[in-house]
Ligand binder design. Structure first.
Ligand SMILES: [Zn+2]
Ligand SMILES: [Zn+2]
Length: 132
Protein backbone atom coordinates (compact mmCIF):
# COMPACT_ATOMS: atom_id res chain seq x y z
CA UNK A 1 0.00 0.00 0.00
CA UNK A 2 1.11 3.54 -0.75
CA UNK A 3 0.99 6.56 1.51
CA UNK A 4 2.48 10.02 1.76
CA UNK A 5 3.14 12.89 4.11
CA UNK A 6 1.15 16.12 4.10
CA UNK A 7 3.50 18.05 1.77
CA UNK A 8 4.01 15.07 -0.55
CA UNK A 9 7.80 15.22 -0.13
CA UNK A 10 7.93 11.67 1.19
CA UNK A 11 6.15 8.62 -0.25
CA UNK A 12 5.79 5.58 1.98
CA UNK A 13 5.25 2.07 0.75
CA UNK A 14 4.47 -0.98 2.83
CA UNK A 15 2.95 -4.42 2.46
CA UNK A 16 -0.84 -4.36 2.36
CA UNK A 17 -2.35 -4.23 5.87
CA UNK A 18 -5.92 -4.01 7.14
CA UNK A 19 -5.46 -4.06 10.90
CA UNK A 20 -4.95 -0.95 13.00
CA UNK A 21 -4.22 -0.77 16.69
CA UNK A 22 -4.62 2.33 18.79
CA UNK A 23 -1.92 3.29 21.28
CA UNK A 24 -2.99 5.43 24.22
CA UNK A 25 0.48 5.67 25.81
CA UNK A 26 1.73 9.00 27.13
CA UNK A 27 4.60 9.17 24.59
CA UNK A 28 2.36 8.57 21.57
CA UNK A 29 -0.12 11.14 22.85
CA UNK A 30 2.61 13.74 23.32
CA UNK A 31 4.12 12.93 19.92
CA UNK A 32 0.84 12.82 17.99
CA UNK A 33 -1.34 15.20 19.97
CA UNK A 34 -3.68 12.26 20.53
CA UNK A 35 -3.61 8.47 20.59
CA UNK A 36 -1.75 6.88 17.68
CA UNK A 37 -3.60 4.80 15.09
CA UNK A 38 -0.83 2.36 14.26
CA UNK A 39 -0.35 -0.10 11.41
CA UNK A 40 2.29 -2.83 11.63
CA UNK A 41 4.26 -2.33 8.43
CA UNK A 42 6.86 -5.04 9.02
CA UNK A 43 10.49 -4.67 8.02
CA UNK A 44 10.04 -4.02 4.28
CA UNK A 45 8.84 -0.42 4.51
CA UNK A 46 10.47 2.10 2.16
CA UNK A 47 10.53 5.89 2.09
CA UNK A 48 11.13 7.78 -1.16
CA UNK A 49 11.81 11.47 -1.75
CA UNK A 50 13.11 13.50 1.18
CA UNK A 51 14.97 11.74 3.99
CA UNK A 52 12.86 11.37 7.14
CA UNK A 53 14.28 12.86 10.35
CA UNK A 54 14.57 10.23 13.09
CA UNK A 55 14.27 11.02 16.78
CA UNK A 56 15.53 8.37 19.22
CA UNK A 57 12.60 8.30 21.64
CA UNK A 58 13.74 5.36 23.77
CA UNK A 59 16.51 2.80 24.07
CA UNK A 60 14.67 0.48 21.68
CA UNK A 61 12.90 2.78 19.22
CA UNK A 62 13.04 5.88 17.07
CA UNK A 63 10.23 8.00 15.67
CA UNK A 64 10.45 9.64 12.27
CA UNK A 65 8.92 12.69 10.65
CA UNK A 66 9.07 14.71 7.44
CA UNK A 67 11.66 17.55 7.63
CA UNK A 68 9.37 19.87 5.64
CA UNK A 69 5.84 19.37 6.93
CA UNK A 70 6.44 17.47 10.19
CA UNK A 71 4.06 14.60 9.34
CA UNK A 72 4.75 11.60 11.56
CA UNK A 73 6.06 8.78 9.39
CA UNK A 74 7.08 5.89 11.61
CA UNK A 75 7.79 4.29 14.94
CA UNK A 76 10.82 2.07 14.28
CA UNK A 77 11.57 -0.80 16.66
CA UNK A 78 15.35 -1.07 16.61
CA UNK A 79 15.80 -4.66 17.90
CA UNK A 80 13.56 -6.14 15.17
CA UNK A 81 13.76 -3.47 12.45
CA UNK A 82 9.98 -3.38 12.34
CA UNK A 83 8.17 -0.22 11.27
CA UNK A 84 4.88 0.84 12.81
CA UNK A 85 3.17 3.42 10.65
CA UNK A 86 0.46 6.00 11.30
CA UNK A 87 -2.79 4.91 9.62
CA UNK A 88 -3.34 8.51 8.47
CA UNK A 89 -0.58 8.19 5.88
CA UNK A 90 -2.66 5.67 3.93
CA UNK A 91 -5.95 7.36 3.19
CA UNK A 92 -7.00 5.08 0.33
CA UNK A 93 -6.69 1.97 2.51
CA UNK A 94 -9.68 0.48 4.34
CA UNK A 95 -8.67 -0.38 7.88
CA UNK A 96 -10.27 -2.13 10.81
CA UNK A 97 -9.47 -1.24 14.42
CA UNK A 98 -8.58 -4.51 16.12
CA UNK A 99 -6.86 -3.61 19.40
CA UNK A 100 -6.25 -0.79 21.87
CA UNK A 101 -2.98 -0.82 23.80
CA UNK A 102 -1.70 1.02 26.87
CA UNK A 103 -5.33 1.36 27.92
CA UNK A 104 -4.10 2.07 31.45
CA UNK A 105 -2.47 5.29 30.19
CA UNK A 106 -5.61 6.55 28.39
CA UNK A 107 -6.78 9.88 29.84
CA UNK A 108 -10.38 10.20 30.96
CA UNK A 109 -11.49 12.86 28.47
CA UNK A 110 -12.15 10.44 25.59
CA UNK A 111 -13.28 6.85 25.03
CA UNK A 112 -13.87 5.01 21.75
CA UNK A 113 -17.13 3.23 21.00
CA UNK A 114 -15.22 0.53 19.05
CA UNK A 115 -15.54 -2.79 20.80
CA UNK A 116 -11.94 -4.08 20.66
CA UNK A 117 -9.70 -6.07 22.96
CA UNK A 118 -7.53 -3.86 25.16
CA UNK A 119 -4.08 -4.41 26.66
CA UNK A 120 -2.34 -2.57 29.48
CA UNK A 121 1.25 -1.42 29.07
CA UNK A 122 2.39 -4.33 31.22
CA UNK A 123 0.52 -6.81 29.00
CA UNK A 124 2.03 -5.24 25.86
CA UNK A 125 5.57 -5.65 27.18
CA UNK A 126 4.85 -9.25 28.21
CA UNK A 127 3.38 -10.07 24.78
CA UNK A 128 5.72 -8.20 22.45
CA UNK A 129 9.02 -7.77 24.29
CA UNK A 130 11.84 -9.08 22.13
CA UNK A 131 12.83 -12.45 23.57
CA UNK A 132 16.57 -11.84 23.42
ZN1 LIG B 1 6.15 16.29 4.19
ZN1 LIG C 1 2.31 4.48 22.30
Amino acid sequence: MQGRCLCGGIAVSSDEQQEVSLCHCAMCRRWSGGPMFAVHGGTGVTFKGLTPVAYRSSEWAERGFCPTCGTHLFYHLLPTGEYILPAGLFQEQSFELTCQIFIDEKPGFYALKNDTPTLTGQEVFEQFAPKA
